[in-house]
Design a protein around this ligand. Structure first.
Ligand SMILES: C[S@@+](CC[C@H](N)C(=O)[O-])C[C@H]1O[C@@H](n2cnc3c(N)ncnc32)[C@H](O)[C@@H]1O
Length: 267
């Protein structure tokens, strides 16, 4: 475990015998859960509006992740209650680090890992500060966060610098779910193309969507795929409608990360 002061220690210790009533009481004490975890038979969010979430997504994504992750390192950005961190650790990953900005979710994730007796690090950290985490990780999970950011592509390009092997990327999508094959160039007066529903688009939410004012930019499928490719990633698989598994391909431009060249105006 990291000794950084930002790594909050758990308020909870794993219990040897699990009393379901006591477990349910402690789960309730930790506030509303977004992740429906199965903690020794007690569920943390059984009435989730998206069903058994995120199991409903994981059942398809899981097939694209090796069953045996022995020795692998995993960084889970926007880890929430720790569902994906737990899945990766249960597949044998050596080091799993989950980061999030919300103490409620971090405390839930710590409690879940303690209850399941899994050694997972959880740290309070924003995706925008991800470069404070040293080194690269075999698997980086950037799921359910892109559309919550005012600066989504900046965050993505920061995240990419942390990826050694695979990026698991998930975002809400709206609009067309068709892929789009862009021409190498368009004339200045080509305006009709922008009216095609399949053309890459990010929908900006000025006020609120789904009762959440942090839903800022919601891409259609073509925009997701275009942004991922233009950030230098190769799209490796698309296990379900909102998830892409990518591998670093042309993430360097003249020997430097795209982000660094863009920020100093030399891209
Ligand atoms: C919709 S949830 C997705 C949780 C999980 N990754 C999943 O896919 O189920 C978004 C999560 O991102 C976290 N978050 C929001 N802004 C963040 C930021 N700037 N850096 C890191 N995490 C952030 C929220 O606290 C929340 O836990």
């Amino acid at each position: 475990m990291s000794s950084s002061p930002d790594v909050l220690s758990s308020n909870y210790s794993a219990s040897n015998s699990v009393n379901p009533d006591e477990l349910a009481r402690r789960i309730a004490e930790l506030g509303d859960w977004f992740h429906n975890l199965d903690l020794c038979g007690v569920h943390t969010a059984p009435d989730h509006f998206l069903g058994d979430f995120p199991n409903v997504k994981w059942k398809d994504i899981a097939k694209e992740i090796p069953d045996d992750l022995t020795g692998a390192s995993v960084l889970d950005i926007g880890c929430n209650g720790g569902f994906y961190s737990i899945q990766m650790k249960q597949r044998g990953a050596k080091r799993v680090l989950g980061v999030d900005v919300d103490d409620r979710y971090l405390n839930q994730a710590r409690f879940a890992a303690d209850t399941l007796k899994l050694d997972i690090e959880f740290q309070k950290l924003s995706v925008y500060a991800i470069d404070e985490v040293e080194g690269q990780f075999d698997y980086v999970l950037f799921m359910g966060l892109f559309y919550h950011l005012r600066y989504p592509v900046l965050a993505l390009d920061k995240v990419i610098k942390k990826v050694k092997h695979r990026l698991v990327f998930q975002t809400m999508i709206r609009g067309s779910e068709n892929p789009f094959h862009a021409e190498p160039d368009y004339k200045f007066w080509e305006k009709k193309i922008f009216l095609q529903p399949d053309f890459p688009a990010m929908y900006f939410i000025e006020k609120s969507y789904s009762n959440d004012y942090t839903n800022w930019w919601i891409p259609n499928r073509a925009a997701v795929e275009g942004v991922l490719r233009s950030s230098g990633l190769q799209l490796f698989s698309h296990p379900e409608a909102e998830t892409w598994i990518c591998t670093p391909h042309h993430v360097l431009n003249k020997g430097r990360y795209i982000l660094d060249r863009e920020l100093d105006g030399t891209l």
